[in-house]
Design a protein around this ligand. Structure first.
Ligand SMILES: Cc1cc2nc3c(=O)[nH]c(=O)nc-3n(C[C@H](O)[C@H](O)[C@H](O)COP(=O)(O)OP(=O)(O)OC[C@H]3O[C@@H](n4cnc5c(N)ncnc54)[C@H](O)[C@@H]3O)c2cc1C
Length: 431
Protein backbone atom coordinates (compact mmCIF):
# COMPACT_ATOMS: atom_id res chain seq x y z
CA UNK A 1 0.00 0.00 0.00
CA UNK A 2 1.62 3.28 -1.10
CA UNK A 3 -0.42 5.82 0.79
CA UNK A 4 -2.10 5.20 4.16
CA UNK A 5 -4.73 7.68 5.32
CA UNK A 6 -5.64 5.89 8.56
CA UNK A 7 -4.07 3.19 10.70
CA UNK A 8 -6.63 1.32 12.79
CA UNK A 9 -5.02 -0.49 15.73
CA UNK A 10 -7.07 -3.60 16.46
CA UNK A 11 -9.00 -5.99 14.22
CA UNK A 12 -11.79 -6.72 16.69
CA UNK A 13 -15.40 -6.01 15.84
CA UNK A 14 -14.78 -2.29 16.48
CA UNK A 15 -11.67 -2.04 14.32
CA UNK A 16 -13.46 -3.96 11.55
CA UNK A 17 -16.52 -1.72 11.61
CA UNK A 18 -14.35 1.41 11.67
CA UNK A 19 -12.21 0.14 8.79
CA UNK A 20 -15.36 -0.52 6.73
CA UNK A 21 -16.87 2.93 7.15
CA UNK A 22 -13.56 4.73 6.72
CA UNK A 23 -12.97 2.75 3.51
CA UNK A 24 -16.45 3.71 2.34
CA UNK A 25 -15.50 7.35 2.90
CA UNK A 26 -12.70 6.92 0.35
CA UNK A 27 -9.79 6.66 2.79
CA UNK A 28 -7.00 4.14 2.41
CA UNK A 29 -7.06 2.12 5.61
CA UNK A 30 -4.44 -0.13 7.17
CA UNK A 31 -5.53 -2.35 10.08
CA UNK A 32 -2.83 -3.77 12.36
CA UNK A 33 -3.50 -6.47 14.94
CA UNK A 34 -1.03 -8.33 17.08
CA UNK A 35 -3.28 -11.39 17.22
CA UNK A 36 -3.72 -14.26 14.77
CA UNK A 37 -7.26 -13.64 13.57
CA UNK A 38 -9.81 -10.92 12.91
CA UNK A 39 -12.14 -10.79 15.93
CA UNK A 40 -9.87 -13.12 17.90
CA UNK A 41 -9.59 -10.78 20.94
CA UNK A 42 -12.36 -10.02 23.42
CA UNK A 43 -14.87 -10.01 20.54
CA UNK A 44 -14.57 -13.78 20.28
CA UNK A 45 -15.57 -14.12 23.97
CA UNK A 46 -18.61 -11.88 23.67
CA UNK A 47 -22.04 -13.09 24.71
CA UNK A 48 -23.19 -10.85 21.82
CA UNK A 49 -26.52 -9.96 23.43
CA UNK A 50 -28.37 -7.27 21.47
CA UNK A 51 -30.75 -5.33 23.71
CA UNK A 52 -31.91 -1.75 24.12
CA UNK A 53 -32.44 -1.26 27.87
CA UNK A 54 -29.85 1.38 28.71
CA UNK A 55 -30.27 4.06 31.37
CA UNK A 56 -29.60 6.95 28.99
CA UNK A 57 -31.39 8.27 25.93
CA UNK A 58 -28.15 7.99 23.95
CA UNK A 59 -27.73 4.36 25.03
CA UNK A 60 -31.27 3.45 23.94
CA UNK A 61 -30.99 5.40 20.67
CA UNK A 62 -27.66 3.85 19.65
CA UNK A 63 -28.69 0.29 20.50
CA UNK A 64 -32.04 0.58 18.71
CA UNK A 65 -30.34 1.95 15.58
CA UNK A 66 -27.78 -0.87 15.83
CA UNK A 67 -30.53 -3.49 16.27
CA UNK A 68 -31.85 -2.40 12.88
CA UNK A 69 -28.34 -2.63 11.44
CA UNK A 70 -28.01 -6.22 12.70
CA UNK A 71 -31.37 -7.09 11.14
CA UNK A 72 -30.00 -5.83 7.82
CA UNK A 73 -26.48 -7.08 8.45
CA UNK A 74 -26.17 -8.86 5.11
CA UNK A 75 -27.04 -5.59 3.34
CA UNK A 76 -24.76 -3.65 5.66
CA UNK A 77 -21.70 -5.71 4.74
CA UNK A 78 -22.74 -6.32 1.13
CA UNK A 79 -22.20 -9.46 -0.94
CA UNK A 80 -19.99 -11.97 0.85
CA UNK A 81 -18.97 -15.48 -0.08
CA UNK A 82 -19.69 -17.81 2.79
CA UNK A 83 -21.52 -17.41 6.06
CA UNK A 84 -22.92 -14.20 7.45
CA UNK A 85 -23.53 -13.56 11.15
CA UNK A 86 -27.22 -13.37 12.04
CA UNK A 87 -29.26 -11.65 14.70
CA UNK A 88 -31.36 -14.29 16.46
CA UNK A 89 -34.39 -12.57 17.97
CA UNK A 90 -35.29 -14.19 21.29
CA UNK A 91 -36.80 -11.28 23.17
CA UNK A 92 -35.44 -10.37 26.59
CA UNK A 93 -37.01 -10.36 30.04
CA UNK A 94 -35.66 -7.94 32.60
CA UNK A 95 -36.09 -8.70 36.31
CA UNK A 96 -35.35 -5.76 38.55
CA UNK A 97 -34.95 -5.58 42.30
CA UNK A 98 -38.11 -4.61 44.18
CA UNK A 99 -38.54 -0.85 44.35
CA UNK A 100 -36.50 -0.27 41.18
CA UNK A 101 -37.87 2.63 39.16
CA UNK A 102 -37.90 1.67 35.48
CA UNK A 103 -39.71 4.83 34.39
CA UNK A 104 -36.58 6.53 32.96
CA UNK A 105 -35.83 3.58 30.67
CA UNK A 106 -39.49 3.29 29.61
CA UNK A 107 -39.54 7.03 28.90
CA UNK A 108 -36.52 6.58 26.61
CA UNK A 109 -38.25 3.60 24.93
CA UNK A 110 -41.34 5.76 24.30
CA UNK A 111 -39.23 8.60 22.94
CA UNK A 112 -37.20 6.38 20.63
CA UNK A 113 -40.01 3.98 19.68
CA UNK A 114 -38.63 0.75 21.18
CA UNK A 115 -41.42 -1.82 21.68
CA UNK A 116 -41.85 -3.24 25.20
CA UNK A 117 -44.40 -4.61 27.59
CA UNK A 118 -44.53 -4.91 31.36
CA UNK A 119 -45.70 -8.46 32.13
CA UNK A 120 -47.50 -8.67 35.47
CA UNK A 121 -46.29 -11.15 38.10
CA UNK A 122 -49.49 -13.23 37.80
CA UNK A 123 -49.17 -13.52 34.01
CA UNK A 124 -45.55 -14.63 34.04
CA UNK A 125 -46.08 -18.39 34.59
CA UNK A 126 -48.42 -18.73 31.60
CA UNK A 127 -46.49 -16.40 29.33
CA UNK A 128 -43.02 -17.73 30.23
CA UNK A 129 -43.45 -21.28 31.53
CA UNK A 130 -39.69 -22.00 31.68
CA UNK A 131 -39.13 -19.11 34.05
CA UNK A 132 -39.60 -18.96 37.81
CA UNK A 133 -40.45 -15.31 38.53
CA UNK A 134 -39.80 -15.60 42.27
CA UNK A 135 -38.23 -12.68 44.11
CA UNK A 136 -34.85 -13.91 45.37
CA UNK A 137 -33.18 -10.57 46.18
CA UNK A 138 -30.46 -9.91 47.23
CA UNK A 139 -28.00 -11.67 44.90
CA UNK A 140 -25.81 -14.13 46.79
CA UNK A 141 -22.82 -16.31 45.99
CA UNK A 142 -23.43 -20.05 45.87
CA UNK A 143 -21.19 -20.39 48.95
CA UNK A 144 -23.62 -18.26 50.98
CA UNK A 145 -25.68 -20.54 53.30
CA UNK A 146 -28.72 -18.34 52.50
CA UNK A 147 -28.39 -18.96 48.75
CA UNK A 148 -31.33 -21.37 48.59
CA UNK A 149 -33.65 -19.22 50.70
CA UNK A 150 -37.16 -19.64 49.23
CA UNK A 151 -38.57 -16.88 47.05
CA UNK A 152 -40.12 -13.93 48.83
CA UNK A 153 -43.04 -13.09 46.52
CA UNK A 154 -43.19 -12.87 42.73
CA UNK A 155 -41.75 -10.37 40.24
CA UNK A 156 -43.22 -8.68 37.22
CA UNK A 157 -40.81 -8.22 34.31
CA UNK A 158 -40.02 -5.88 31.48
CA UNK A 159 -40.35 -7.73 28.17
CA UNK A 160 -38.44 -6.44 25.15
CA UNK A 161 -39.51 -8.60 22.19
CA UNK A 162 -36.95 -7.30 19.69
CA UNK A 163 -33.86 -8.21 21.71
CA UNK A 164 -31.70 -11.22 20.92
CA UNK A 165 -28.12 -12.10 20.16
CA UNK A 166 -25.73 -12.42 17.24
CA UNK A 167 -25.03 -16.06 16.55
CA UNK A 168 -21.26 -15.72 16.05
CA UNK A 169 -19.50 -12.52 17.18
CA UNK A 170 -16.17 -13.38 15.60
CA UNK A 171 -17.87 -14.14 12.28
CA UNK A 172 -19.56 -10.73 12.48
CA UNK A 173 -16.14 -9.07 12.84
CA UNK A 174 -14.83 -11.12 9.93
CA UNK A 175 -17.81 -10.15 7.75
CA UNK A 176 -17.22 -6.46 8.49
CA UNK A 177 -13.50 -6.77 7.81
CA UNK A 178 -14.02 -8.74 4.58
CA UNK A 179 -16.32 -5.94 3.38
CA UNK A 180 -13.61 -3.40 4.28
CA UNK A 181 -11.00 -5.48 2.45
CA UNK A 182 -13.13 -5.46 -0.70
CA UNK A 183 -12.91 -1.66 -0.58
CA UNK A 184 -9.14 -1.76 -0.35
CA UNK A 185 -8.50 -2.01 3.42
CA UNK A 186 -5.18 -3.72 4.09
CA UNK A 187 -5.31 -6.01 7.16
CA UNK A 188 -2.07 -7.21 8.70
CA UNK A 189 -2.18 -9.70 11.55
CA UNK A 190 0.55 -10.68 14.04
CA UNK A 191 1.84 -7.08 13.95
CA UNK A 192 2.03 -5.22 17.24
CA UNK A 193 2.05 -1.43 17.38
CA UNK A 194 4.81 -0.37 19.76
CA UNK A 195 5.00 3.41 19.26
CA UNK A 196 2.94 6.29 17.90
CA UNK A 197 5.08 9.33 17.17
CA UNK A 198 3.86 12.91 16.97
CA UNK A 199 5.19 16.21 15.67
CA UNK A 200 3.71 19.52 16.81
CA UNK A 201 1.03 17.58 18.71
CA UNK A 202 -0.17 15.75 15.60
CA UNK A 203 0.22 12.06 14.73
CA UNK A 204 3.00 11.46 12.22
CA UNK A 205 4.20 7.86 12.57
CA UNK A 206 3.24 4.38 13.74
CA UNK A 207 6.05 1.97 14.62
CA UNK A 208 5.55 -1.78 14.87
CA UNK A 209 7.38 -4.49 16.79
CA UNK A 210 9.13 -5.57 13.60
CA UNK A 211 10.50 -2.05 13.20
CA UNK A 212 8.19 -1.06 10.33
CA UNK A 213 7.34 2.62 10.11
CA UNK A 214 4.07 3.88 8.64
CA UNK A 215 3.37 7.59 8.34
CA UNK A 216 -0.41 8.14 8.42
CA UNK A 217 -2.08 11.44 9.32
CA UNK A 218 -4.68 9.58 11.37
CA UNK A 219 -4.61 6.68 13.89
CA UNK A 220 -7.58 5.04 15.62
CA UNK A 221 -7.00 3.14 18.85
CA UNK A 222 -9.48 0.23 18.75
CA UNK A 223 -7.30 -2.11 20.81
CA UNK A 224 -10.07 -3.32 23.15
CA UNK A 225 -8.99 -4.08 26.71
CA UNK A 226 -5.36 -3.43 25.69
CA UNK A 227 -6.15 0.19 24.75
CA UNK A 228 -4.12 1.49 27.74
CA UNK A 229 -0.94 -0.18 26.49
CA UNK A 230 -1.56 1.49 23.11
CA UNK A 231 -2.25 4.89 24.70
CA UNK A 232 1.07 4.56 26.50
CA UNK A 233 2.88 4.18 23.16
CA UNK A 234 1.93 7.71 22.05
CA UNK A 235 4.64 10.24 22.77
CA UNK A 236 2.12 12.99 23.66
CA UNK A 237 -0.75 13.27 26.15
CA UNK A 238 -4.03 12.24 24.51
CA UNK A 239 -5.91 14.26 27.15
CA UNK A 240 -8.26 11.62 28.50
CA UNK A 241 -10.36 12.66 31.47
CA UNK A 242 -12.56 9.57 31.57
CA UNK A 243 -10.33 6.65 32.48
CA UNK A 244 -10.75 2.99 31.58
CA UNK A 245 -9.75 -0.19 33.43
CA UNK A 246 -9.71 -3.82 32.37
CA UNK A 247 -12.05 -6.13 34.28
CA UNK A 248 -11.77 -9.92 34.09
CA UNK A 249 -15.10 -11.57 33.34
CA UNK A 250 -16.34 -15.14 33.22
CA UNK A 251 -19.12 -16.52 31.07
CA UNK A 252 -20.37 -20.04 31.82
CA UNK A 253 -22.36 -22.69 30.06
CA UNK A 254 -25.07 -24.97 31.43
CA UNK A 255 -27.66 -27.31 29.96
CA UNK A 256 -30.99 -25.77 28.93
CA UNK A 257 -34.30 -27.56 29.50
CA UNK A 258 -35.63 -29.14 26.27
CA UNK A 259 -37.40 -26.41 24.25
CA UNK A 260 -35.53 -23.47 25.77
CA UNK A 261 -33.86 -22.88 22.43
CA UNK A 262 -32.90 -19.76 20.48
CA UNK A 263 -35.67 -19.00 18.04
CA UNK A 264 -38.17 -21.12 20.04
CA UNK A 265 -39.15 -20.59 23.69
CA UNK A 266 -35.69 -19.63 24.90
CA UNK A 267 -35.54 -15.98 25.91
CA UNK A 268 -32.64 -13.81 27.01
CA UNK A 269 -32.92 -12.67 30.63
CA UNK A 270 -31.37 -9.75 32.49
CA UNK A 271 -31.67 -10.69 36.13
CA UNK A 272 -30.73 -7.94 38.57
CA UNK A 273 -32.73 -9.78 41.23
CA UNK A 274 -30.38 -12.78 41.21
CA UNK A 275 -27.31 -11.04 39.72
CA UNK A 276 -26.85 -12.47 36.22
CA UNK A 277 -27.72 -12.13 32.57
CA UNK A 278 -28.21 -15.23 30.47
CA UNK A 279 -29.45 -16.31 27.09
CA UNK A 280 -30.21 -19.50 25.21
CA UNK A 281 -27.39 -20.81 23.06
CA UNK A 282 -27.10 -23.50 20.41
CA UNK A 283 -26.83 -27.19 21.23
CA UNK A 284 -29.37 -27.04 24.06
CA UNK A 285 -27.28 -24.79 26.27
CA UNK A 286 -27.55 -21.50 28.15
CA UNK A 287 -24.69 -19.05 28.60
CA UNK A 288 -24.57 -16.85 31.69
CA UNK A 289 -22.51 -13.84 32.76
CA UNK A 290 -22.49 -11.47 35.72
CA UNK A 291 -23.97 -8.02 36.29
CA UNK A 292 -21.62 -6.75 39.01
CA UNK A 293 -23.81 -7.78 41.93
CA UNK A 294 -22.46 -6.44 45.23
CA UNK A 295 -21.55 -9.93 46.46
CA UNK A 296 -19.40 -10.68 43.38
CA UNK A 297 -15.84 -9.36 43.73
CA UNK A 298 -14.63 -7.23 40.82
CA UNK A 299 -11.46 -8.64 39.30
CA UNK A 300 -9.61 -5.58 37.91
CA UNK A 301 -6.47 -6.46 35.96
CA UNK A 302 -3.42 -4.42 34.97
CA UNK A 303 -1.99 -6.88 32.47
CA UNK A 304 -4.65 -8.16 30.08
CA UNK A 305 -2.20 -10.63 28.56
CA UNK A 306 -2.00 -12.32 31.99
CA UNK A 307 -5.78 -12.90 32.29
CA UNK A 308 -6.39 -16.56 33.07
CA UNK A 309 -8.93 -17.78 30.47
CA UNK A 310 -10.09 -20.68 32.67
CA UNK A 311 -13.34 -20.25 34.62
CA UNK A 312 -13.15 -20.61 38.40
CA UNK A 313 -15.45 -23.02 40.21
CA UNK A 314 -16.66 -20.28 42.63
CA UNK A 315 -17.90 -18.01 39.86
CA UNK A 316 -19.18 -20.94 37.85
CA UNK A 317 -21.29 -22.22 40.72
CA UNK A 318 -22.68 -18.81 41.65
CA UNK A 319 -23.68 -17.90 38.11
CA UNK A 320 -25.04 -21.25 37.01
CA UNK A 321 -26.96 -21.84 40.27
CA UNK A 322 -28.60 -18.46 39.83
CA UNK A 323 -29.79 -19.54 36.39
CA UNK A 324 -31.00 -22.83 37.81
CA UNK A 325 -33.16 -20.88 40.28
CA UNK A 326 -34.63 -18.75 37.48
CA UNK A 327 -34.94 -21.61 34.97
CA UNK A 328 -35.65 -24.64 37.18
CA UNK A 329 -35.27 -27.10 34.27
CA UNK A 330 -31.67 -26.04 33.59
CA UNK A 331 -28.89 -28.48 34.56
CA UNK A 332 -25.57 -27.42 36.04
CA UNK A 333 -22.65 -29.50 34.71
CA UNK A 334 -20.37 -31.21 37.21
CA UNK A 335 -17.29 -29.35 36.05
CA UNK A 336 -16.96 -25.64 35.20
CA UNK A 337 -17.62 -24.97 31.53
CA UNK A 338 -17.06 -21.54 30.02
CA UNK A 339 -14.45 -18.90 29.42
CA UNK A 340 -12.87 -15.78 30.86
CA UNK A 341 -11.93 -12.60 29.06
CA UNK A 342 -11.80 -8.88 29.86
CA UNK A 343 -14.02 -5.82 29.54
CA UNK A 344 -12.49 -2.36 29.07
CA UNK A 345 -14.57 -0.40 31.59
CA UNK A 346 -15.16 3.34 32.08
CA UNK A 347 -16.55 4.68 35.39
CA UNK A 348 -20.02 5.18 33.84
CA UNK A 349 -19.93 2.00 31.75
CA UNK A 350 -20.37 4.01 28.52
CA UNK A 351 -17.70 3.84 25.82
CA UNK A 352 -15.34 6.54 24.56
CA UNK A 353 -15.79 7.26 20.85
CA UNK A 354 -13.87 10.47 20.40
CA UNK A 355 -10.95 12.51 19.12
CA UNK A 356 -8.08 13.28 21.50
CA UNK A 357 -5.98 16.32 22.33
CA UNK A 358 -3.46 15.02 19.74
CA UNK A 359 -4.51 15.90 16.21
CA UNK A 360 -5.20 12.79 14.18
CA UNK A 361 -5.37 10.41 17.19
CA UNK A 362 -8.83 8.93 17.85
CA UNK A 363 -10.29 6.52 20.41
CA UNK A 364 -12.87 3.76 20.15
CA UNK A 365 -12.31 2.27 23.60
CA UNK A 366 -13.94 1.72 27.00
CA UNK A 367 -16.62 -0.49 25.48
CA UNK A 368 -17.49 -1.67 29.01
CA UNK A 369 -18.81 -5.12 28.15
CA UNK A 370 -21.89 -3.72 26.40
CA UNK A 371 -20.91 -2.38 23.00
CA UNK A 372 -20.74 -5.43 20.76
CA UNK A 373 -24.35 -4.70 19.89
CA UNK A 374 -23.45 -1.20 18.68
CA UNK A 375 -20.52 -2.34 16.54
CA UNK A 376 -22.23 -1.96 13.15
CA UNK A 377 -22.79 1.76 13.78
CA UNK A 378 -19.48 2.51 15.53
CA UNK A 379 -17.73 2.69 12.16
CA UNK A 380 -20.18 5.38 11.08
CA UNK A 381 -19.82 7.20 14.40
CA UNK A 382 -16.02 7.31 14.20
CA UNK A 383 -16.10 8.33 10.53
CA UNK A 384 -18.50 11.19 11.34
CA UNK A 385 -16.15 12.40 14.10
CA UNK A 386 -13.03 12.10 11.91
CA UNK A 387 -14.75 13.84 8.96
CA UNK A 388 -15.88 16.69 11.17
CA UNK A 389 -12.46 17.14 12.80
CA UNK A 390 -10.77 17.00 9.38
CA UNK A 391 -13.17 19.75 8.33
CA UNK A 392 -12.05 21.93 11.24
CA UNK A 393 -15.01 21.41 13.59
CA UNK A 394 -14.29 21.63 17.31
CA UNK A 395 -15.96 18.35 18.30
CA UNK A 396 -15.16 19.00 21.99
CA UNK A 397 -17.02 22.31 22.10
CA UNK A 398 -19.65 21.45 19.51
CA UNK A 399 -20.16 17.65 19.42
CA UNK A 400 -20.98 16.12 16.06
CA UNK A 401 -24.54 14.76 15.80
CA UNK A 402 -24.78 11.23 14.36
CA UNK A 403 -27.65 10.53 12.00
CA UNK A 404 -29.43 7.31 13.06
CA UNK A 405 -31.10 7.08 9.67
CA UNK A 406 -32.70 3.68 10.23
CA UNK A 407 -34.80 4.94 13.14
CA UNK A 408 -35.03 8.60 12.14
CA UNK A 409 -33.27 10.04 15.17
CA UNK A 410 -30.09 11.91 15.96
CA UNK A 411 -27.48 10.71 18.46
CA UNK A 412 -25.54 13.27 20.49
CA UNK A 413 -21.93 12.06 20.26
CA UNK A 414 -20.98 14.29 23.21
CA UNK A 415 -22.29 11.34 25.26
CA UNK A 416 -19.13 9.41 24.32
CA UNK A 417 -16.61 12.20 24.94
CA UNK A 418 -13.32 11.51 26.75
CA UNK A 419 -13.98 14.73 28.66
CA UNK A 420 -17.65 14.19 29.55
CA UNK A 421 -19.08 14.67 32.98
CA UNK A 422 -19.89 11.05 33.79
CA UNK A 423 -23.27 9.88 32.50
CA UNK A 424 -25.85 8.79 35.07
CA UNK A 425 -26.09 5.05 34.37
CA UNK A 426 -26.74 1.77 36.19
CA UNK A 427 -23.03 1.51 37.05
CA UNK A 428 -23.05 -2.04 35.71
CA UNK A 429 -22.51 -3.81 32.39
CA UNK A 430 -26.13 -2.94 31.56
CA UNK A 431 -24.99 0.66 30.96
C1 LIG B 1 -17.07 -11.98 28.21
C2 LIG B 1 -17.66 -10.84 27.44
C3 LIG B 1 -19.03 -10.81 27.19
C4 LIG B 1 -19.59 -9.74 26.49
N1 LIG B 1 -20.92 -9.75 26.20
C5 LIG B 1 -21.47 -8.73 25.48
C6 LIG B 1 -22.84 -8.74 25.14
O1 LIG B 1 -23.56 -9.68 25.45
N2 LIG B 1 -23.35 -7.71 24.41
C7 LIG B 1 -22.57 -6.64 24.04
O2 LIG B 1 -23.10 -5.72 23.40
N3 LIG B 1 -21.25 -6.60 24.34
C8 LIG B 1 -20.69 -7.62 25.04
N4 LIG B 1 -19.36 -7.62 25.33
C9 LIG B 1 -18.56 -6.47 24.91
C10 LIG B 1 -18.07 -6.58 23.48
O3 LIG B 1 -17.85 -7.91 23.12
C11 LIG B 1 -16.81 -5.76 23.34
O4 LIG B 1 -17.13 -4.41 23.68
C12 LIG B 1 -16.27 -5.76 21.92
O5 LIG B 1 -16.15 -7.06 21.40
C13 LIG B 1 -14.91 -5.09 21.91
O6 LIG B 1 -14.41 -5.12 20.61
P1 LIG B 1 -13.03 -4.44 20.28
O7 LIG B 1 -12.84 -4.57 18.82
O8 LIG B 1 -13.01 -3.08 20.89
O9 LIG B 1 -11.94 -5.27 21.11
P2 LIG B 1 -11.21 -6.67 20.79
O10 LIG B 1 -12.13 -7.64 20.17
O11 LIG B 1 -10.53 -7.08 22.04
O12 LIG B 1 -10.15 -6.27 19.68
C14 LIG B 1 -9.01 -5.50 19.97
C15 LIG B 1 -7.87 -6.00 19.13
O13 LIG B 1 -6.75 -5.14 19.30
C16 LIG B 1 -5.59 -5.92 19.19
N5 LIG B 1 -4.47 -5.18 19.80
C17 LIG B 1 -4.35 -4.82 21.11
N6 LIG B 1 -3.20 -4.17 21.29
C18 LIG B 1 -2.58 -4.10 20.09
C19 LIG B 1 -1.34 -3.53 19.64
N7 LIG B 1 -0.49 -2.88 20.46
N8 LIG B 1 -1.02 -3.65 18.33
C20 LIG B 1 -1.85 -4.31 17.48
N9 LIG B 1 -3.02 -4.87 17.87
C21 LIG B 1 -3.39 -4.76 19.15
C22 LIG B 1 -5.94 -7.21 19.89
O14 LIG B 1 -5.13 -8.27 19.45
C23 LIG B 1 -7.41 -7.39 19.52
O15 LIG B 1 -7.60 -8.27 18.43
C24 LIG B 1 -18.77 -8.67 26.02
C25 LIG B 1 -17.37 -8.71 26.25
C26 LIG B 1 -16.83 -9.78 26.95
C27 LIG B 1 -15.35 -9.80 27.18
Amino acid sequence: MERVDVVVIGAGVMGASIALDLSRSGRRVLVLDKGDAVGGGSTSASSSVVRTNYSTLAGVTASWEATHAWRDFADHVGAIDGQIARLITTGMLMFEPAGHDRSATLGHFDTVGVPYEVVGADDMPTRFPFIDNGRFWPPRTAADPAFFTPADGALDALWMPESGFVDDPQLAATNLMDAARRLGTDVRLRIEVTAIETTNNAVTRVVTAGGNRIDPPCVVNAAGPRRAQVNRTIDADPGMRVGTRALRQEVHTLKAPPGFDPGASGTAVGDMDLGTYFRPHFGGTIIVGGVEAECDPLDWVDDVDAVDPTPTSERFESQTYRVARRVPGAEVPLRPMGLASAYDVTPDWAPIYDRTDVDGYYLAIGTSGNQFKNAPIVGGIMTAIIDACDGGRDHDADPVPYDCARIGRTLDLGHYSRRRPLNATSGTVLG
